[in-house]
Design a protein around this ligand. Structure first.
Ligand code: GDP
Ligand code: CA
Length: 344
């Protein structure tokens, strides 16, 4: 069985760890030996202090490879910050982006590979030879795509509360997210470069050739939305014979962790499980929502909705959630198969 997932950083990584646990523990050999490919968002990528940083690729790689800081959910465990301290003493900015010493080694390997003319896919493969994440990690593209955010003007009296930010300018997503905690409203969010980006080698094949396509509960705007903005990805999702099944990142009108509501507000979409499904309505076949949440309105294609506990509170709960995704996908595949058999 071939399973292909799209993913952002922390939410995607947590879910994928549960997915791999659910697959590897399954008595069915097809699931147990499933090949998993993850198409990871790279629009959060940023160059700081000359280092090319791919936060979502690293979150997935460290989480699946056992190197993550379990408490924060990002960055390396047992980390130190000697290099960041030295950079600050040189007066180098920004200081708001956390760069741990161990993490910097990853960025050095990536940056050097790119400087030598290798692609981000190749750099990722090199990094994964160490981490052995148990899944094939593909950047969504080898081209440079960066999410930029148009900040609203911050009234004079409120600037002190926002790190002195006056707003009214365009910043890199990371500056909005990390420095400003997405508390300054975004007027627009754009994945710059996405329209001309080419999917990385293997991305479209992994979507077209999958038996199951999974959307973890990643940020629908700046994680999944950025992957979908790469030309060809959405079309491949619409065309794939595999059921596409997702998990809502919104429970009871709120993103469980983080500030995804600020991203949804910027694109004029309500923070509800139903509205997020609407963003995927042209290719989504199955959708898991929380007990109290409303089902999406009927869209352009049939959508099977199930209610399950959606909190990834611990590895067992996360594996159970992933198992529910696989079960829904299997039911949908059986229905599709029966439908085709009937038509023949
Ligand atoms: P990021 O790139 O690090 O922001 O991570 P992702 O985009 O992959 O995932 C972030 C999203 O995960 C957030 O917007 C939350 O809505 C969602 N999320 C976090 N924890 C949970 C959880 O326990 N359950 C569900 N359903 N969603 C979650
Ligand atoms: Ca991210």
């Amino acid at each position: 069985m071939r399973v292909t997932a799209l993913a952002g950083g922390v939410g995607g990584a947590r879910f994928l760890r549960g997915l791999l646990a659910a697959l590897r523990a399954d008595p069915d050999p097809a699931r147990r030996d499933a090949e998993v490919t993850v198409v990871v968002n790279t629009a959060d990528d940023v160059t700081l202090h000359g280092l090319r940083i791919s936060p979502d690729l690293d979150s997935v790689m460290y989480t699946l490879g056992g190197g993550i800081d379990e408490v924060r959910g990002w960055g390396r465990g047992e980390e130190s910050y000697g290099v960041a301290g030295e950079l600050a003493r040189y007066g180098r900015t920004p200081t708001w982006f956390t760069l741990g010493d161990k993490d910097i080694a990853t960025h050095l390997v990536r940056t050097q590979a790119l400087a030598e003319g290798r692609t981000l896919s190749e750099a990722t493969a090199e990094l994964c030879r160490r981490w052995r994440p148990g899944a094939r990690l593909l950047p969504m593209t080898d081209d440079v795509v960066e999410t930029h955010v148009d900040l609203a003007v911050v009234p004079e009296g409120e600037r002190a509360a926002h790190d002195g930010e006056a707003g009214g300018r365009r910043v890199h997503f990371q500056e909005w997210w990390v420095r400003l905690h997405a508390a300054v409203p975004a007027l627009a969010i754009e994945a710059v470069g996405a329209a001309r980006a080419r999917p990385a080698p293997g991305v479209l094949e992994a979507l077209r050739g999958a038996d199951v396509v999974v959307l973890p509960p990643s940020n629908p705007v700046v994680s999944i939305g950025s992957v979908l903005a790469v030309p060809g990805v959405r079309e491949a999702l619409r065309a794939t014979a595999a059921p596409v099944v997702g998990v809502s990142p919104v429970i009871g009108g709120a993103p469980v962790r983080g500030m995804a509501d600020a991203c949804l507000a910027a694109i004029g979409v309500p923070t509800t499980a139903a509205a997020v499904a609407g963003l995927y309505a042209d290719f989504l076949d199955g959708w898991l929502i929380a007990e109290g949440d409303e089902e999406p309105e009927p869209g352009p294609r049939p959508l099977a909705v199930r209610r399950r506990p959606l909190l990834m509170s611990d590895p067992a709960a996360t594996a159970a959630l992933a198992g529910a995704v696989l079960d829904l996908a299997a039911d949908l595949a059986a229905e599709l198969g029966a439908g085709r058999g009937g038509a023949a």
